[in-house]
Ligand binder design. Sequence first.
Ligand code: TXA
Ligand code: MG
Length: 330
Amino acid sequence: MKTKMIFVDKNVDEENSYAQAVEILKSGEVVAFPTETVYGLGADATNFKAVNKIFEAKGRPADNPLIVHVDSKDAALSYVQKVSSKALQCMDAFWPGALTLILQAKPDTFASNVTANLQTVGIRVPNHPVALTLLKKLQLPLAAPSANTSGKPSPTLAEHVDHDLNGKIPLILDGGATEIGIESTVLDMTSEPPVILRPGNVSKEQIEHVIGTVRTSSGNKGNIPKSPGMKYMHYAPTAPLYLIENEKALIEKAIQYVQQKGKRVAVISETQYPFADFNFPLSMENLYASLRKCDLSDADLILASVECDEKGNDALMNRLEKAADHKWFS
Ligand code: TXA
Ligand code: MG
């Protein structure tokens, strides 16, 4: 299959580009498109065969459910069972935006592979003009995980999507760099108090300000993971990545130690290390791009400098810990 990439200006309605995307999606194929978090790989959420193409293109395990994207709160409400007042308050406060709500789906609304046969569905209204225009023109719920090969960093540029999925999907809508750079916060509204299953740009504090106490998922130590995707190692670059405390002398010593073994070292940090073989920036917006640049470099080992007091709490730290598989340099 030949992959076509078309540029869609964020602020201009390019009729023909959207018409192509809508036609492809309605014919049961997949299309990659930008959201404010990361690029998504979309398919008609009511069409089993179409959704299956997402799993095939990404190499995604079938027990990992997809997020459904809709253009409005009313559209979301039409697909789910009666929701709590807290869920409504979250929709009003954070949509369109980077908050996915887990709600009880109406039976037989979505293809069974969207929800991995769960009774619940993850749903959000994205805050990106291209995604919203596409959804308004499509008038169908759009199942869309991040548009990367499963296990690789999520794409924040159309080029990242092209790198992973060229030849496997018919169309990429290029809307430039995504603003936020990491995936949405996932909040399970089917528990009381609600539980953050995946941290993201919408913080626990912001949510608590609107609906009161929420819990943070302690991971998936039980038998049935609440958010199935969290059990998979994500965002991993090819070379081994180690976390290291953000302390100049410590990092310089580590660089020297690795280089003495004849290996090349990349540092992902807010600070530049002149003696490192490669330096890549560290922030929420460019973490994934930096991880991908590590893959394109010939670094043998990657160090990511982190503030230890952020350990385990914020969204950036959550992604870094996963990329490093919780390994610390010592
Ligand atoms: O920002 C985002 O959320 C991006 C953009 C494209 O919207 N999408 C995204 O999708 O990150 P994905 O598939 O890569 O991550 C979906 C996460 C997974 O951890 C999955 O397990 C969880 O949401 N999830 C989806 N449906 C669920 C459900 N019914 N119950 C629990 N977790 C669910
Ligand atoms: Mg993903």
